[in-house]
Design a protein around this ligand. Structure first.
Ligand code: ATP
Ligand code: MG
Ligand code: MG
Ligand code: MG
Length: 483
């Protein structure tokens, strides 16, 4: 089954169960001061859970563009190094706003996976919240009993707060959850080690695919839980992981979501992906990082968030620069190349996300300019970093050097830390921070600061007009400031 059909199957399944299929919210959040990017399907429904507004449809399903690169859910470090965490990914979800609760959520999830999508029941494990003394919560007996009616007990595992209590951020709606994990190892491997012991152990072949959250609490600013006005269901299934399972692959990057992009990277850089078969192979990591990051960057730009020096814009710039440097160091790309991946990305995902098609030219232009500007200083910066490392006694590098790389060469500090890590060094973050603060003090009065990160209508002659941005039924003039 190709990925498009899988997405559609999910949506159809819930449509038949009276769910309204709604579009994905933008990946870049605008109205939520607690969140820079959408990190889960439920974000756009937060107000319904809190009881601040009433949902028009009590049952909803969709695929949501998510980005997990900051805040409570930050997977950036894993991306490329493993085969199943992305920065940007699609989260398939179904919701009940004060309508059905645990029983239907559990029954339907099982039905979809095992009957409709025909995943082998023997390869699935489910987990239930064990409770938490800290929050005064007991084991989720109700979920346990419901699972027991359909799954053998040796496949039901109890999980702690980290894995089985879902929270959007430090505050907000939350609740106990039941996760579904799938074991895609060979029978021989399964015979050696029981799958149950590998669940939630970062095993690349025993992965979590679906999380059923039973929203019943709100975490307040003081950390205490209060009951929500009503009980809700919020589920999230990793689309790329589901495709991996259904397409019989061992890596998300081997699904038809990623292979066209990877083929294009191979073409452009003349590399061969997966030659050695080892997950730790540097060139393969670089290819996966690039295939991943182009999605994060392209989808952000399509949502109206351009790379910049502050806020969400800086997060996007960091991701792009990170990818450019992976290419430069491991795939020998000395010219802009990321922008050349936009076409193939648009071809593979434009059906589901037409904003990519509408913004294709803008996305390409912005990425190309960003690449050009970073490539001007990247090589010199890397040389400087080598010198710094050579002159460092011990294994920790002075943060003031990292600040110089940031300030003069445009190296985001996490990129410097990553490169140092590859060389077996760490970074003294405190001295970096101190240097940063000093510079802020110096420049505070000298320059006017940019508070807003959103691209806004502006007549500033220094901004170059590069296109229109269609967002939530509003046409905004997008201007892009060259850096
Ligand atoms: P994991 O434990 O694998 O990091 P999670 O528990 O953090 O996942 P949830 O917050 O429960 O994930 O999100 C719901 C689903 O979204 C997960 O079951 C998984 O299938 C998918 N998912 C989560 N993070 C990612 C990611 N970084 N890339 C791709 N899919 C993801
Ligand atoms: Mg996670
Ligand atoms: Mg998890
Ligand atoms: Mg989870």
């Amino acid at each position: 089954m190709i990925s498009k059909q899988i997405r559609q199957k999910f949506l159809n399944f819930f449509k038949e169960k009276d769910h309204k299929i709604v579009p994905s919210a933008p990946m870049v959040t605008k109205d939520d001061p607690t969140l820079l990017f959408t990190n889960a399907g439920m974000n756009q429904f937060k107000e319904f859970f809190l009881g601040n507004s009433i949902a028009k449809h009590p049952r909803v399903a969709d695929t949501q563009k998510c980005l997990r690169v900051s805040g409570k859910h930050n997977d950036l470090e894993e991306v490329g190094k493993d085969t199943y965490h992305h920065t940007m990914f699609e989260m398939l979800g179904n919701w009940s706003f004060g309508d059905y609760f645990k029983e239907d959520a559990i029954r339907w999830a099982w039905e979809l996976l095992t009957e409709e999508l025909k995943i082998d029941k023997e390869s699935l494990y489910v987990s239930v919240f064990e409770g938490s003394t800290e929050d005064g919560l007991e084991v989720d007996k109700q979920a346990y009993e419901l699972w027991k009616a359909i799954v053998p007990e040796d496949r039901i595992l109890l999980g702690n707060k980290k894995d089985n209590f879902w929270e959007m951020g430090d505050q907000g709606p939350c609740g106990p959850c039941s996760e579904i994990h799938v074991d895609i190892r060979s029978d021989a491997e399964k015979a050696k080690v029981p799958g149950a012991t590998l669940v939630n152990q970062d095993h690349p072949q025993v992965v979590e695919i679906w999380n059923l959250v039973f929203m019943q609490y709100n975490r307040k600013a003081d950390g205490k839980l209060e009951d929500l006005p009503a009980k809700h269901v919020d589920t999230g299934m990793g689309f790329e992981r589901l495709c991996m399972v259904l397409q019989g692959k061992q890596s998300n990057y081997d699904t038809d979501i990623f292979t066209p992009i990877i083929r294009e990277i191979e073409q452009i850089t003349q590399c061969e992906y997966g030659k050695s078969g080892a997950v730790g192979e540097e060139t393969d990591i670089a290819v996966r990082v690039i295939a991943d990051h182009i999605r994060a960057v392209a989808f952000s730009i399509a949502d109206g968030q351009l790379p910049s020096n502050t806020g969400a814009g800086y997060v996007i710039r960091r991701i792009l620069r990170r990818a450019v440097r992976y290419g430069f160091t491991f795939l020998n790309t000395k010219e802009p190349f990321m922008f050349r991946l936009v076409n193939i990305l648009t071809d593979t995902m434009g059906d589901a996300f037409p904003e990519l098609i509408e913004q294709r030219q803008l996305i390409e232009n912005v990425i190309k300019e960003e690449e050009q500007s970073f490539l001007k200083t990247l090589e010199q910066g890397l040389v400087l970093l080598d010198q710094v490392v050579a002159g460092t006694k011990g294994k920790q590098v002075d943060g003031r050097k990292a600040f110089e790389l940031y300030d003069t060469y445009g190296f985001p500090v996490d990129l410097t830390a990553l490169i140092l890590q590859e060389k077996g060094y760490s970074l003294d973050e405190q001295s970096f921070e101190a240097a940063m603060q000093e510079q802020k003090k110096r420049s505070k009065s000298a320059s006017k600061s940019t508070k807003e990160d959103w691209t806004v209508l502006s007549d500033d002659p220094e901004q170059e007009f590069i296109g229109y941005d269609y967002l939530e039924a509003q046409v905004n003039l997008v201007k892009y400031r060259k850096v």
